[in-house]
Design a protein around this ligand. Structure first.
Ligand code: FES
Length: 333
């Protein structure tokens, strides 16, 4: 996964209602350069204990020594509870990239928050995966799972060149599916609109990669298609249903505090100013850390995490960006 900017993360309620535990220290057990620019890092518990479980599509937040936090998809085997594996692209200017490529050594201890999953993998008879570069990382465990289940899958893998395509040999060796590489240096670019037009409605589509690729897939998809994304930056249509930024009231059911959220102020910041702390990370509506249960009222969703069905259900909202359609929201905080 590419780096996502985060500021803090510890304990939070997941979309499944499970409460996760605080960050823990893990040790770098193994590193391996899988392409000239991508470093695979394996992290293990200091005492060799099993790590919290995760599902394909999950990511972890790595706390950097300077206090920043970066999220990376888990690309290992979820059945292996002994280790978390991440693959990190070396890109200029990235603080997480600089730390992981420049400072990590075997035995280095890093602080890692437990896995979180905004990119759930469901079994389907047919699955189409669309990856761009390092965007392959959350898809890799999904593709392995689809292959093991004997499901029919195809991966369209967009890369600058085949030698810079992480995990390509492993992907090609997996059964029941096909890997189609679109290497820019060979002039093979993916025709996104044609691919989506040729994809049947009973095919589940997973996409992760650069913004331009994901925006292209999102705009080419039919409403009847089930397409799931892992966003690194807010999706272009995140506020597609947004209403004007009017003032509204938020009642915090558990803490008993009521705050007014005014124009230009997020729910997250309004609560914080009133002394109600909710964990946050990206503050752009892309990581899911601030997801909060809605007990009453109608959210005005502006995030890139919830599906259309989850938006319509209105049971949770990302309070760093989303607001209210109703004059009052009651939140489970
Ligand atoms: S803090 Fe990342 S979605 Fe709100």
């Amino acid at each position: 996964m590419q780096e996502r900017i985060t500021t803090r993360a510890d304990e939070r309620m997941t979309t499944t209602g499970l409460r996760e535990s605080a960050p823990r220290s893990l040790r770098v057990h193994h590193t391996e350069r899988v392409t000239p620019q991508v470093l695979l890092v394996e992290l293990r518990d200091l005492d060799g204990e099993d790590l919290p479980p995760y599902e394909p599509g999950a990511h972890i937040d790595v706390h950097l020594p300077d206090g920043a936090v970066r999220s990376y998809s888990l690309c290992g085997d979820p059945a292996d509870r002994s280790a978390y594996r991440i693959a990190v692209l070396n890109h200029p200017g990235g603080r997480g990239s600089r730390f992981i490529h420049g400072d990590l050594r075997l035995g280095t201890t890093v602080t890692v928050a437990p896995p979180r999953n905004n990119f759930r993998f469901d079994a389907a008879p047919r699955t189409l995966f669309i990856a761009g570069g390092i965007g392959i990382t959350p898809l890799l465990p999904m593709i392995r799972a689809a292959s093991r289940r004997g499901a029919d899958w195809v991966l369209h893998y967009c890369v600058r060149s085949a030698v810079e395509a992480p995990f390509l040999a492993e992907l090609r060796a997996l059964g029941n599916g096909a890997v189609v590489v679109h290497a820019a240096d060979e002039g093979r670019r993916l025709a996104v609109a044609d691919l989506m037009a040729a994809t049947s409605d009973d095919t589940l589509v997973y996409c992760c990669g650069p913004q331009r690729l994901m925006d292209g897939v999102a705009s080419a998809a039919r409403p009847s298609q089930d397409v799931r994304f892992e966003w690194f930056t807010p999706r272009a249509d995140a506020g597609r249903d947004a209403t004007p930024d009017d003032r509204f009231e938020v009642v915090c059911a558990r803490s008993g505090v009521t705050v007014a959220v005014t124009e230009g102020v997020s729910v997250l910041n309004a609560l914080d100013a009133a002394g109600v702390s909710v964990d946050s990370s990206c503050e752009q509506g892309i990581c899911g850390t601030c997801e909060t249960a809605v007990l009453e009222g109608e959210p005005d969703h502006r995030d890139s995490v919830l599906s259309d069905a989850e938006r319509a259900a209105g049971k949770t909202m990302m309070i760093c960006v989303s607001r209210a359609r109703s004059a009052r929201l009651v939140l489970d905080v």
